[in-house]
Ligand binder design. Structure first.
Ligand code: UDX
Length: 433
């Protein structure tokens, strides 16, 4: 099989399939990335993936190329793992990487094969790509397409790929269904839903919208708690004992970010609008708005602790990644807050255990430190914005010994306010008194 596109999804899928014993050829148009991968260098941070990559390369099951011709000749099954970011200046998803990959691959497809889309796409994309494949491939209708969305979470990508909650197969032929069932058979008895293209495409955005809604729901409760002097942490705990609600994705804080949730809800709204079903998803506009307000709230809390102005205020920011155990800074709430503070004249020093290189490239105007303690040297306000365990385990005394003033915003609600206040800290956290 081939895996086209070697981002977080593609590298993980390729390495996991090789681990299952398949012969896998990964493809990327970025020659430097292909060189790194063939040398066993992982261009991203993802727990456990480096070992799988190394094992795949050593066994000979896994290799990488830039050649679509080689991929077409090699593969019986071609997985499409291209990114579908938000279009510049709009809300829709940009599917140009997918289109370009299909246009580059199809002219080399001279025999029967199955192309399998895994990317998150606007509903209707699979139908469009199926036509494109048949039009462009020399083997024409012998090229079948299936849509098999991926639900992996960064930080748990290997586990989510090898032990998924469910497998969704959008197929048009029994042959495609059989091929995919056979491929995933070694994963064991995983719930499997077979459906049409449109439903398969929708499952992914529906799942991500639900998760985003859950987070924004609790963040909306946090806003009300702030106004009413309630405590969102106790509220979430009390809600969680109702099995129908549960505790997961009810962590209030500075909201969701990353390469998926924010852009997926926007693209879903844009696509529903095109389909004349925009009203059905108008609530997602609120979900997005609540989420963005949480970032502004973190800045407000920092400003209050700074005494009303952040101008020339030394600020330590702990966390740059959009969540812990990842080096991904796409739409990171932590960096959005850091940047907003810097724009108000704050002198920001950012530390993150793994995302510093990415952060530095994207926000060269911010300052960066080599440790949490270094970032906190002389800080008048500190903010914990990504809940890395290094930060949740910080000792308030040790951390307090280097700052200029003991003011902290716990943007992720992971520190114990009682302990920090007892150590003399002015402690603020979203949704808490
Ligand atoms: C998400 C989906 O979970 C995954 O199924 C899909 O395939 C891709 O998108 P991911 O982007 O890796 O995965 O991150 P996720 O763990 O969902 O977290 C998203 C964001 O929500 C993070 O910024 C996280 O900090 C935030 N979050 C999560 C909260 O603010 N509160 C919560 O309770 C949970």
């Amino acid at each position: 099989m081939t895996v086209i596109g070697t981002g977080y999804l593609g590298i993980t899928h390729a390495a996991c399939m090789a681990e299952l014993g398949y012969e896998v050829l990964g493809l990327d148009i970025n020659a430097e990335k292909v060189r790194q991968l063939n040398n066993g260098e992982l261009p991203i941070y993802e727990g456990g993936l480096d070992e799988l990559l190394r094992r795949g390369l050593e066994s000979g099951n896994l290799k990488f190329t830039t050649s679509f011709q080689e991929a077409a000749e090699f593969g019986d099954v071609h997985f499409l793992c291209l990114g579908t970011p938000q279009v510049g200046g709009g809300c829709a998803a940009d599917t140009s990487q997918l289109d370009a990959a299909v246009e580059a691959l199809a002219p080399h497809l001279e025999r029967q094969c199955l192309v399998v889309g895994k990317s998150t796409v606007p509903v209707g994309t699979a139908e469009r790509l199926a036509h494109k494949l048949i039009d462009l491939a020399p083997s024409g209708a012998a090229v079948d397409l299936a849509w098999n969305p991926e639900f992996l979470r960064e930080g748990f990508a290997v586990k989510d790929t090898l032990s998924p909650d469910r497998i969704v197969l959008g197929v048009r032929t029994e042959a495609a269904e059989k091929t995919l069932r056979d491929i995933y058979q070694p994963l064991g008895d995983i719930p499997l839903v077979v459906t049409d293209f449109a439903t398969a495409e929708l499952v992914k955005v529906a799942a991500n919208s639900f998760l985003a809604t859950k987070i924004s729901y609790i963040n909306a409760m946090a806003e009300v708690c702030e106004a009413a002097h309630g405590d969102v942490m106790a509220l979430a705990e009390a809600l969680s004992y109702d099995d129908r609600i549960g505790r997961r994705f009810l962590s209030a804080g500075i909201g969701f970010g990353g390469g998926c949730l924010p852009k997926d809800i926007r693209a879903f709204m844009a696509r529903a609008e095109e389909l004349g079903a925009g009203e059905a998803l108008s609530f997602l506009r609120e979900v997005d708005a609540i989420n963005m307000r949480r970032r502004a709230r973190a800045v407000d809390l920092a400003r209050e602790l700074a005494g009303g102005s952040l101008e020339n205020c030394a600020v330590a920011v702990l966390g740059a990644a959009f969540k812990p155990d990842s080096d991904d800074i796409r739409d990171s709430p932590a960096l959005a807050v850091a940047k907003a503070i810097e724009q108000e004249g704050g002198l920001v020093s950012v530390y993150d255990p793994v995302a510093l290189d990415n952060a530095r490239k994207a926000y060269p105007e911010l300052s960066y430190a080599g440790s949490a303690i270094e970032a906190a040297q002389g800080a008048r306000v500190s903010l914990l914005l990504t809940e890395w365990s290094d930060f949740t385990e910080l000792d308030p005394e040790e951390f307090g010994s280097v700052v200029a003033a003991r003011n902290i915003v716990d943007g992720r609600n992971v520190l114990d306010p009682v302990v920090w206040r007892a150590a003399g800290w002015n402690f603020r956290a979203p949704g808490r008194p």
